[in-house]
Design a protein around this ligand. Structure first.
Ligand SMILES: [Zn+2]
Length: 267
């Protein structure tokens, strides 16, 4: 079976092992993905697309049969959910809603958007690590179960729930807005030799003080004004503006900009 996996949460190695035997295409973009290329899981057959999932290249991978999202990006989950509903494919989506849950979407059955509309998630850095073992156990049990219905596995309690059809679900009303790019939230612009700027497509106004307090335990804040604050993380320095724009110093890669946006703003 052809399986598409959107990575990003750091459990790609285990997930590839759980899906061993399938033809896997992994889309994953962290700032250091380049160095990892091909070395992630040498015993498993997979190719790596060095890009996060976006509507821009969603059509490239629509011929897969199963779509797995372990990216930590809710937007990526809803994009793959749109593909599953539109094309009658299966999807397994790891979503955070105050706790981790794994959503299975079966063809012609209720979907992730039937449960809840997309809302901007927390910055990725604030999410607790996902329970890799439980996720991978479910992945390997579910991948070959083609007759499985749509359901939710609550990874905190271990309980499973069916998904009720929702007449207001946009995807089930034929509105695949994530595939049309209507929720594309960023325009990334490389703006120098050693930095990349990422601006939101739609204007957002962050509560800068609250946002700084959220991030402060995880990064080193080095500068602060009413309009922006600047912090250091990994080998980068990031400036976050009140309008949601960020500038990452220490890289000129679009992917690094997207990584930082999801991690420190949320998408
Ligand atoms: Zn639906």
């Amino acid at each position: 079976m052809r399986v598409f996996v959107a990575g990003g949460l750091g459990i790609e190695r285990e997930a590839l092992r759980a899906l061993q035997g399938h033809a896997i295409r992994l889309a994953w973009s962290e700032y250091d993905t380049g160095a990892e290329r091909g070395k992630l899981q040498p015993s498993v057959n997979y190719d790596l697309l060095n890009e996060p999932v976006s509507h821009e290249h969603a059509e490239m991978f629509r011929d897969n049969e199963l779509f797995v999202d372990i990216s930590g990006s809710r937007k990526s989950c809803y994009t793959l959910n749109d593909i599953a509903v539109r094309d009658g494919k299966r999807a397994v989506l790891l979503d955070y809603f105050g706790g981790w849950r794994l959503v299975h979407v079966a063809p012609e059955e209720p979907c992730l958007a039937c449960i809840a509309r997309y809302e901007r998630p927390l910055p990725g850095i604030l999410l607790p690590p996902p329970p890799a073992e439980a996720v991978c156990r479910a992945l390997s049990a579910w991948a070959d179960n083609h007759s499985m219905e749509s359901k939710v596995l609550d990874l905190t309690s271990g309980e499973e729930f069916p998904i009720e059809p929702n007449p207001d679900c946009p995807a089930h009303s034929g509105e695949f807005s994530f595939l049309l790019g209507r929720h594309a939230d960023v325009v990334a612009v490389s703006c120098g030799d050693r930095n990349v700027a990422v601006s939101p497509m739609d204007p957002v106004t962050l509560d800068l003080k609250a946002h700084r307090e959220l991030l402060a335990p995880h990064v080193k804040i080095v500068r602060e004004t009413p309009f922006f604050f600047e912090f250091e993380t990994a080998q980068f320095s990031v400036t976050l503006f009140r309008q949601g724009r960020i500038i990452v110093k220490g890289s000129k890669e679009r992917n690094t900009g997207m990584w930082a946006y999801r991690r420190f703003v949320g998408a």
